[in-house]
Every structure is written in C-alpha cells, then in structure tokens.
Design a protein around this ligand. Structure first.
Ligand code: FES
Length: 198
C-alpha cells in the first residue's frame, strides 16, 4: 500500500493540489511530491521536521511536508514586512484571535512569526483545503485588487491572504492560514511540529 493510500489526509491534499494546478500552480506541486524519499515520508507521518533555512533568500519560499501538509517557510523582505501594516485594516482577524486553528502565542503578532522576517505557515486554505498560490508581486493583476501588497491567492474560490497568512475580509475562507507549532534549534535551523522549548 502506498503512503498516499495509507494516509487519507495526505491523499486529499495531493488530489486538491493537483486539481488546483489545473488552473495554475501544478508545476510547483508535482515535482515537490515526487522528490520525497522514504525517510521523508516517515517524517510526514507525524514526527517533527527539521529544516535548514539558511539558503532561503529574502523574498523566497521553501515548502516542506509535515504531517502530510505543505508547510511554507517564507523569508520576507523589509518591504514585505512593511506591507503587513497596510493590510492590517483589510484582514478579517488581524490579531489571530480566532480559535479554529489556534495561533501559537509566540506568533500572535503582526508578523505571525517568531522572527519577523521568517513566516512559517501551513499552505492549506481554511475554506475547503486547496493550496493557495504565491502572489508576491505587489500591484494590480488578474483576480487581485489594485492595491495588492503581495500575499497568497487560493485559486479554488478566490480567498486571499497577506504575507502573514491573514485572510482578507469578505472571502470564503473563514480563518487565517495555520501557523504550526515550531521552534528554532539555531539561528538557521527550525523544527516544525514541536515547540516545547519555545
Ligand atoms: S478552498 Fe480556498 S477559497 Fe475555497
């Protein structure tokens, strides 16, 4: 039996991601899944995942898998951090008070992160589980408002999130993107799935 067959949550994510890819984004999702080694699959079953983030350049995103979910690590630029002040009044839950996906205390801030520049979030839309696409370039563009500051767009039903994973008001998605438990083992190594020492 394949891992995908053994783990319904993972199978669903793959199916949804590929479905979303039909309208854009599959080029990222498929190579990512195909690169998993057996040990990575074992980690995906539930163990914490340790990630060296030193190679992520400002403005770039790395995706890893934890518990069958895509977890994004984005190193935000100073401009991207600044954009969170502008989106503050446009998002539905700016202080991450909603409880469906409780935000860890250490991420209950405007950046929704431990280090301001590094966002760690689960890349699954809180509406029906599609994986949103990167829309990091600010400005007017299809499916986005003219004052777009950069963030994520869910291709399934149009929910948008800022660069802290905060959902914009009046969108189908009811909640911000989940911030998973995580902690830094060093300046450049983050453990996802465990925060007992944070
Ligand atoms: S699943 Fe994201 S908007 Fe519906």
């Amino acid at each position: 039996m394949s891992d995908a067959a053994a783990d319904p949550s993972r199978r669903n994510w793959i199916a949804i991601t590929c479905g979303a890819g039909a309208v854009g984004g599959v080029a990222v999702a498929v190579p990512f899944i195909s690169t998993f080694t057996p040990s990575e699959r074992a980690k995906a079953a539930g163990a914490p995942v340790t990630v060296d983030i030193s190679a992520i350049k400002p403005g770039e995103k790395l995706t890893v898998e934890w518990r069958g979910k895509p977890v994004w690590i984005v190193r935000r630029t100073p401009e991207q951090l600044e954009s969170l002040k502008k989106t503050e009044s446009q998002v539905a839950d700016p202080n991450s008070d909603r409880k469906t996906y409780p935000t860890p205390e250490y991420a209950k801030n405007q950046y929704r992160s431990i280090k301001p520049e590094v966002f760690v979030g689960v890349g699954i839309c809180s509406h029906l589980g599609c994986s949103p696409s990167d829309r990091f370039v600010p400005g007017a563009q299809p499916s986005l408002p003219d004052d777009w500051q950069g963030g994520f767009l869910c291709p399934c039903h149009g929910s948008t999130f800022d660069l802290a994973g905060r959902v914009f008001k009046n969108k189908p998605a009811p909640d911000n993107l989940e911030v998973p438990p995580h902690m830094y083992l060093s300046d450049t190594v983050v453990m996802i799935g465990d925060d007992k020492k944070a």
